[in-house]
Design a protein around this ligand. Structure first.
Ligand code: ZN
Ligand code: ZN
Length: 113
């Protein structure tokens, strides 16, 4: 399996942000800020999420630890919102002038455990 260099960079950057986050917070006593779930040091139970969706932004205020379930939910909502907005724009465009839609609907959620 080969990874593109961009994907490799992304994984490296994400690793670095994860490490940075867990130097600021205590994994042993961390509580999911979204649902209050406490994993008590269980490795991999918390995902470090980029709040603005940009994995290159490793600013401490852009990083948040979420339990696996909340992390999934956040990305599900974001992806649905984006798809909905695109769909709306598309329908409005079609209403104005009957041109075929040529845009690309993005289905990428851009996250990985
Ligand atoms: Zn949670
Ligand atoms: Zn995330």
């Amino acid at each position: 399996m080969t990874l593109s260099s961009r994907r490799r960079l992304e994984l490296r950057v994400r690793d670095r942000h994860r490490e940075r986050f867990w130097t600021e917070y205590d994994r042993e006593s961390y509580t999911c800020p979204s649902c209050g779930y406490e994993a008590r040091g269980v490795d991999g139970e918390f995902h470090v999420h980029h709040i603005d969706g940009d994995w290159l932004n490793g600013h401490p205020l852009n990083l948040i630890g979420l339990c696996a379930r909340c992390h999934k939910r956040v990305h599900g909502i974001v992806a649905r919102e984006a798809a909905l907005q695109e769909w709306k724009a598309r329908v409005e465009d079609l209403g104005k002038e009957s041109k075929p839609y040529t845009g690309v609907i993005s289905t990428a959620t851009g996250w990985s455990a």
